[in-house]
Ligand binder design. Structure first.
Ligand code: MD3
Ligand code: FE
Length: 203
C-alpha cells in the first residue's frame, strides 16, 4: 500500500510493522542512555515535543540556534549509536521509494503526548538536500500537515498511524510541514504517546 502525497513524497503504510519487535526494545535502550528532553527554540520557547537522537549526529536546538552535533549536550557524551535495525528500516524504506543506498547519519526521535504539536516549519539545517528524509510513525495516530513552499500555503492533512513510513525527497524536501496537536488515546504497545523517527543524511 503505497500512496503519493506529492512529487517526491511517498507514504508506505505499515512498512515498519515487520521491524516492530526489534525496533521498540532498541528505542528503549537509546532513551535510557540519552533521555527525551524538551528543547528551547532560538526564540526562547520550550518545544511541546520531547526529543532525543541516535546516530553519529543529533539535531539540537538551544537559545543560540539549531544545529547537528555529535555530542548530546545533556550527557556530554556521543549520542547512542544507530542500532542496525533502525538503519536497515530506513534504508529499505528509501529503496522502496526509489532512493537506493540511503545511509542515514542522524536519527531524530520525537515524542508527542496528547496536546503536543509541531508548528509549520521547513527542514533546512541539512547540507545535502539531494538525500531523502525517512520518517517512521509509532504509537498514537497523528494528523500530519503538508503545506507548500510558502508558509502561507494552506496545508493538506494526512493521518499517520503506527507503522507508517514516509519518504521525502526531491521536490517535497523543502515544503512546510507540521503535526497538529496530538489527540488523546491509548496505543496497545506504546501507551499514551506518539513516537516519530526521522532519518537524515546531514553533510
Ligand atoms: C517533509 N517531524 O522532525 S515527520 C521534524 O512527525 C518533523 O515528528 C514530524 O517534521 C514528526 O522535522 C514530521 C515527517 C517529515 C520529516 C521531515 C520532512 C516530513 C518532512 C522534511 C521535508 C518535508
Ligand atoms: Fe520537519
Amino acid at each position: 500500500p503505497r500512496q503519493t502525497m506529492a512529487e517526491g513524497a511517498v507514504i508506505l503504510r505499515g512498512f515498519a510493522r515487520p521491524f516492530e519487535a526489534e525496533l521498540i526494545p532498541a528505542l528503549r535502550a537509546i532513551v535510557k542512555q540519552s533521555p527525551f528532553r524538551h528543547l528551547i527554540t532560538p526564540g526562547g520557547h520550550r518545544m511541546s515535543v520531547a526529543m532525543t537522537n541516535c546516530g553519529r549526529l543529533g539535531w539540537v536546538s538551544d537559545p543560540t540556534g539549531y544545529r547537528y552535533d555529535g555530542i548530546d549536550p545533556e550527557s556530554g557524551a556521543p549520542w547512542p549509536p544507530m542500532p542496525p535495525v533502525l538503519c536497515r528500516l530506513a534504508s529499505d524504506a528509501a529503496g522502496e521509494a526509489g532512493f537506493s543506498g540511503f545511509a542515514p547519519e542522524a536519527c531524530l526521535i520525537n515524542r508527542y503526548v496528547p496536546g503536543a504539536k509541531l508548528s509549520l516549519h521547513q527542514d533546512k539545517d541539512e547540507l545535502d538536500f539531494g538525500a531523502p528524509i525517512v520518517s517512521v510513525s509509532l504509537g498514537l495516530p497523528a494528523t500530519f500537515l503538508f503545506g507548500g513552499l510558502k508558509r502561507s500555503d494552506t496545508p493538506r492533512r494526512y493521518r499517520l498511524e503506527h507503522g507508517d513510513v514516509v519518504v521525502w525527497g526531491g521536490a517535497s524536501r523543502l515544503v512546510y510541514h507540521g503535526v497538529a496537536p496530538l489527540a488523546d488515546g491509548e496505543h496497545g504497545v506504546l501507551g499514551r504517546q506518539r513516537i516519530n523517527l526521522t532519518f537524515r543524511k546531514v553533510r
